[in-house]
Write a protein that binds this ligand. Structure first.
Ligand SMILES: [Zn+2]
Length: 70
């Protein structure tokens, strides 16, 4: 049982590290709303750029801003 828990924790750790690496490597992802159809200049999700920031990147920006504000 302890080995199973250790493996689970290791998996979570690896996935988290991978996601952080993904966010750091490319904080922008294609906008889901206008990916399938023609890019709309009036898309509210991406402001017409066709790119959106990853949620992890937004969290990172929020955390660093909060740290600096104190
Ligand atoms: Zn969009």
């Amino acid at each position: 049982m302890a080995i199973a828990i250790a493996l689970l924790v290791l998996c979570l750790f690896v996935v988290t590290l991978g996601y952080i690496g993904l966010c750091a490597g490319s904080p922008w992802k294609p906008c889901v709303r206008c990916r399938n159809k023609r890019r709309s200049r009036h898309c509210r999700a991406c402001n017409g750029t066709g790119l959106r920031q990853r949620a992890g990147w937004q969290v990172w920006v929020y955390v660093t801003r909060f740290g600096r504000a104190r």
